[in-house]
Design a binder for this molecule. Structure first.
Ligand code: SF4
Length: 67
């Protein structure tokens, strides 16, 4: 699994950061993104369910998961 955030859709609500702070972070400028350490990297299995949960609850459908 790989994950990214579509910045054109994200409303920076912070839900994904609350659900999975290991992968998502709020930047100093107030935008939310995947942490640099996980960009274009495979998400470890133990975090996949939390990333999926963040995806499913994103109100803007901005989280893109690639299997
Ligand atoms: S849950 Fe969705 S809209 Fe909210 S900060 Fe995360 S990616 Fe952006």
């Amino acid at each position: 699994m790989k994950v990214s955030i579509d910045p054109t859709k994200c409303i920076a609500c912070g839900s994904c950061v609350a659900v999975c702070p290991e992968v998502f972070e709020m930047k100093e400028d107030g935008t939310v993104d995947v942490k640099s350490e996980w960009k274009d990297k495979a998400i470890p299995e133990e975090l996949e369910s939390k990333v999926q949960e963040a995806h499913d609850m994103c109100p803007a459908t901005a989280i893109v998961i690639e299997q």
